[in-house]
Design a protein around this ligand. Structure first.
Ligand code: AMP
Ligand code: ZN
Length: 138
């Protein structure tokens, strides 16, 4: 389903132009308008989902399946040395467009891409407890 006044609904469904790399029944893949590196593109479902918490497994599976194909095509056509796949959910996580999307960010020697966090300290007992709790919820 589409959502009124959603930028990516409009782009995905062709109402707002984009530099499209690929399109099928379910998705549009287009270049990010403010690329982090050469080839930075977005994979967007044509149906509206706010974020990962809103998407169903079948749609999520299709999206990642397509990400594998697009990644390989980018690798074939660009001189990239690596790839970050970034998918932000929620303002706190850096999401600015609230229609699910995956960033494919090719990496090159000396680029200025910054995807990271400060490694923390693990509390093994707390992690074991949490593993059981979350595992039981899956
Ligand atoms: P996020 O911060 O994960 O929500 O990412 C949103 C991304 O959408 C940013 O990298 C923007 O540069 C990109 N973006 C916003 N508007 C457009 C547009 N009209 N065409 C292409 N990319 C866009
Ligand atoms: Zn939307």
């Amino acid at each position: 389903m589409k959502k009124d006044d959603c930028l990516f609904c409009k782009i995905a469904n062709g109402e707002i132009p984009s530099i499209t790399i690929y399109e099928d029944e379910f998705h549009r893949v287009f270049f990010d308008i403010n690329p982090a590196s050469k080839g930075h593109c977005l994979i967007v479902p044509k149906d509206h989902y706010d974020d990962i918490f809103d998407i169903d497994e079948a749609a999520g599976g299709r999206l990642f399946s397509l990400a594998t194909r697009v990644s390989k095509a980018l690798k074939k056509e660009l001189d990239l040395e690596g790839m970050n796949i970034v998918q932000n959910n929620g303002t706190i996580a850096g999401q600015t467009v609230f229609h699910f999307h995956m960033h494919l960010i090719p990496r090159y020697q000396g680029d200025t891409v910054n995807v990271g966090w400060k490694p923390g300290e693990a509390d093994m007992d707390a992690l074991s407890e949490l593993a059981k709790k979350v595992g039981d919820s899956i």
